[in-house]
Design a protein around this ligand. Structure first.
Ligand SMILES: Nc1ncnc2c1ncn2[C@@H]1O[C@H](COP(=O)(O)OP(=O)(O)OP(=O)(O)O)[C@@H](O)[C@H]1O
Ligand SMILES: [Mg+2]
Length: 289
């Protein structure tokens, strides 16, 4: 379980707190998305959960945060290895610099943990297959595209089988196919009972695979709830988060009287299609079409 209580953080150079009075609990096995505008504090929160902030960045904190029984302000990232894995926003920053093929780079963390060789090979091959990276196994991480490096960073985290996975905008450099691979991996993490905190700008794809959405606005939690409620909240744009295309399309249909009055706004393509289908059938029955 991850718990934040009245937690605030101010960077040494910050004029105002990057996180302000953060309160939330994420139970084990939950897949939780955090959305917010540029500078809202997403990477800062990702860093706190994974022990990088303030240990490696500096910063003053008040309140407290914990993962299980470990208090985060007293536990640096090095002590959370194996328990929490962070996929950073810029995958290039995460390359070890010590390994020169994708396969070796994915194995790097396991080598450091001293995992048995046969087990290591099995896990690395499995992760490469899951992320469709097998064909790139011998490529240098430095010759790879940003998107490929992003999948590699995710692979390096997955292979550690952490209890908590923190993904900071993991699909920002991926095309639709690559993003699909990442969201499929989320489903696998769900079946393994891994707690996932996914930081994202755009929620079209992940909306269907997350249990909960938090909105960060200028370092504060502006909303916290079910994806269906939070992502259709009319204040979303005020918090600097682009509404989902499906919700926007349905809202325009509402304005034109083409959306059933008691039907909630959709956050997935399927729910949008169902809503438009029902509206069309209703119009036909009424003899309008
Ligand atoms: N290492 C740091 N030192 C000082 N200030 C920082 C540091 N990292 C972030 N900040 C500041 O903290 C605030 C929150 O930044 P953060 O990177 O957490 O936002 P974000 O939501 O991840 O933004 P983006 O969507 O652009 O990635 C910003 O005002 C930023 O300038
Ligand atoms: Mg960020």
């Amino acid at each position: 379980m991850i718990e934040f209580r009245d937690f605030s953080l101010t960077y040494p150079t910050g004029s105002r707190p990057a996180l302000q009075k953060i309160d939330f609990i994420v139970p084990r096995g939950q897949i939780c998305a955090v959305v917010g505008a540029d500078g809202a504090g997403k990477s800062t929160l990702a860093g706190v959960i994974s022990g990088v902030v303030p240990h490696m960045t500096g910063g003053e904190t008040t309140g407290w945060a914990r993962i299980g029984s470990r208090m985060l302000a007293e536990t640096p990232a090095s002590e959370l290895v194996g328990e929490v894995a962070l996929v950073m926003q810029n995958p290039f920053n995460q390359l070890s610099g010590a390994r020169f093929s994708l396969r070796e780079e994915i194995a790097f963390g396991l080598e450091n943990l001293g995992v048995d060789r046969a087990e290591m090979v099995r896990r690395v091959e499995q992760v490469m297959a899951d992320l469709r990276l097998t064909a790139l196994a011998d490529l240098s991480p430095y010759e790879m595209s940003g998107g490929q490096q992003q999948l590699l960073a995710i692979g390096s985290a997955l292979v550690m089988r952490p209890a908590v996975m923190v993904l900071d905008e993991p699909t920002s450099q991926l095309d639709a196919v690559g993003a699909g691979v990442v969201f499929d991996a989320l489903e696998t993490l769900r079946t393994q009972g891994v707690t996932v905190i996914l930081f994202e700008h755009r929620m079209e794809r992940p909306a269907r695979c997350v249990d909960r959405v938090l909105v960060l606005d200028e370092g504060r939690i502006a909303a916290d709830g079910q994806p269906d409620d939070v992502l259709t909240d009319p204040r979303l744009a005020d918090w600097g988060v682009a509404p989902l295309r499906y919700t926007t399309a349905a809202r325009q249909a509402v304005e034109r009287g083409l959306w059933e009055a008691d039907r909630p706004l959709p956050v997935t393509l399927e729910a949008a299609a169902e809503g438009f289908d029902a509206a069309l059938k209703g119009a036909r029955t009424a003899g309008g079409l």
